[in-house]
Design a protein around this ligand. Sequence first.
Ligand SMILES: [Zn+2]
Ligand SMILES: [Zn+2]
Length: 420
Amino acid sequence: MAKLTALGAAREVGRSSFLLDVGEKFLLDRGIKLGHDETEYPLPVKTNLDAVIISHAHLDHSGNLPELFKKSNPFVYMTQPTLDLSNILWQDSLKIAKIEGIPVMFSPVEIKVAEKFTFTIPFRKKINLSESTSLELFDAGHILGSSMIKIQSEEKNVIYSGDFKIEETRLFKGADKRIGKADVLIIESTYGDRNHRERKDLEKEFAEEVQNTLHNDGFAMVPAFAVGRSQEIIDILYENKVEAEIFFDGMGQRVAKTTLEYPELLKNPKSLGKALHSVTWVKKGKRHPALKKPCIIVTSAGMLEGGPIMWYLKKLYKDKNSKIFLTGYQVEGTNGRTLMEKGKMDLDGEIVKIKNQVQQFDFSAHASQDELIQLAKLTEPELVVCVHGDEKVIKVFQKKLKQEGFNSAAPKLGEEIKLD
Ligand SMILES: [Zn+2]
Ligand SMILES: [Zn+2]
């Protein structure tokens, strides 16, 4: 009997990891949850795995993969760009841990072994995991290399959406709708309770607000996720012809280089290339020139948890003319969320009041409620398993699923559910 155990991302966003048992045992994702004070890990895997499949490189899906290799050597499957980006993020995790003196769950040795046991596969190339089970990855339209995972076995056909977006964004064409049907759909629920604003309007308003900040003699600080968002933001500013120097700092630079290596996966690689080459790439330790006169600073971390943005904030947080543009989902308990809700944040161990203006722009790379339902309709499952969403959001989403005629479940952390 087919079963699914939620080892993480159960009624929460973060540390995605699911044990799928369809006669053989597969682990879907192995992420971490970066909180303000601590990192949370998924529950341990207490069984032998036939394979591990990673949907995409974001740390909440890939961040703890190397740790598995302390105890065993499972085969891992993912796309090549997912491996490239995960590698950048794993190395960065080790670097940050060293600087901040926090424990890490793995060493460079485990990263090497993880790479050795990873097979990269392109989208829409079905491979056999065993005599009776196949795996196929479909473009999820979320970040570079992100995939929706389809596992077909004698017992059940299962689709795991990972994080996905059906509508096109600035960088990507949107999820591949040729994914076909499944008995079970395990689906992200990040925005299960709402729909997003029209993308074009949002981009225009963002560019205008950035320009206004500069006219008012302020700095426009744009903390953005290193993977995907920071490159997208630069593309938006370029396309909307915002007049000011743009400083691009942090790990997003390496991700940008990797992104341009995969033009076939991008919607408009030429325009992105032009945009990325039009900005000033800040060299290590050379941040001061950015502070000479009002400009735009695009840098990580997107939720204000570390990264170069902290350096800029320390210099600028008292300036009323400057503005912080939050550009993505802010996880509960992070600095970004606290700033939105209370106007304060932790700067170098001290809670300070931020005098800058703050505005959030929801440039989501996640499916809105409409897109979530659209995927359910495309795949026609008997059961929808809702994961990767806050508890309250999942409640609303399950209600909507019911209205649309779908059975759904939302496992708790550690809970095993039957897929029949
Ligand atoms: Zn993601
Ligand atoms: Zn995620």
